[in-house]
Design a protein around this ligand. Sequence first.
Ligand code: NAD
Length: 380
Amino acid sequence: MDKKMINFAVIGCGLMGKEFASAVGRWLHLSGLNFKPRIIAVCDLNDDAMKWFTDNLDTIKYTTNDYQEILQDNEVDAVYCAVPHNLHKKFYVDIINAGKHLLGEKPFGIDQEANQEIMNAIQNNPDVLVRSSSEIPYYPGSYEVFHKVKSDDLGQIMEVEAGFWHSSDLNPEKPINWKRIQKTNGEYGCMGDLGLHVLHLPLRFGWDLKLLGASLSNIMKERPNQNGEMQECDTWDNAVLLCEGSSEGNSFPVTVSTKRIAPGHANTWFIKVYGTKGSIEYSTQNPKLLRVMEYEPGGKQVWKVEDVPHQSAYESITGGIFEFGFSDSILQMWAAFCEELIYGKENMSQPLYCATPEEAQKSHALFTDALNYYKSEVNS
Ligand SMILES: NC(=O)c1ccc[n+]([C@@H]2O[C@H](COP(=O)([O-])OP(=O)(O)OC[C@H]3O[C@@H](n4cnc5c(N)ncnc54)[C@H](O)[C@@H]3O)[C@@H](O)[C@H]2O)c1
């Protein structure tokens, strides 16, 4: 089958840039798709980071330290931009204005003002597809949650808990990096890093989220830098937001937690949705396990536990009994972005398109409200 090639450039060749390259390398894992991404150019200030790409991919025509070179290249159809948050505004706006399709990274601007400028550029370029990376909803268990809530099988929603928890920051000796400094990561701290991952599905369900209260913690106030000297670490480590969710005239509590210090948790993303007719719980901590309750009035309340099969949004060569992991979710997300780029949202073969700029914008409103709440109600 002749596949439609999408020529990509990567701007930012760090942790996430490499994940995209790996997904491109594993495209043969997906069955029956008639489109394929190809990375033809990479940009980073760090030449070693780009060397990893040229060592591992034979499709790269050039490397550059200046992303403007990529924006002027007519062969580049789309850009994956994975740079520190303080660069999102300038880079994303320039990419969109250059007419390149963009999969950007969260939080989509270091703050609400930066996010608004990105939204303005999107409005001025309606033919450019812009989406945000958010891969965890493509785990088979999350994908089941997506379908279950969308199907209205759960009855009236009574309560939702969702979170994303990390733990390596419990180690006070972990060196500081740009994600732990407000100037480069933003005032949102852990919310900017982890929050859109948590909010992607709740917002996709069409729930309005209004902030009721927030607890923000800066637990480790300093960390060693690369020279071993202690440096101020001024970002929020943990944030717990209590929101009022509402949907079709019904309201319910939604607890959103983003934590860099949740002892023992390595990339635990979870969602629990409780309804009058059914409930569902999923966590990447036990990535095959899905818990579902179907309830009939007067009947027993029994949780069913299932090992979910490997199947997610797009079919792959992997047998159903085999485990799914982080890099599989990245691959699935990229398939969703590429499919939407080729066929448009309405014609996709499955319904879970990538996180939208509007969803990112709503996440900014919530995080900004949380910062303001904390300043005025807790820390005044
Ligand atoms: N989707 C996810 O699961 C996930 C996970 C981690 C990070 N992220 C997001 O991805 C983005 C990047 O994070 P990361 O972990 O890959 O960071 P990283 O530090 O590993 O990589 C960032 C890269 O950007 C490069 N860079 C810095 N300034 C540049 C410039 N002026 N021009 C070109 N390149 C420049 C750096 O040299 C570095 O290689 C952030 O928005 C972050 O929030 C997403």
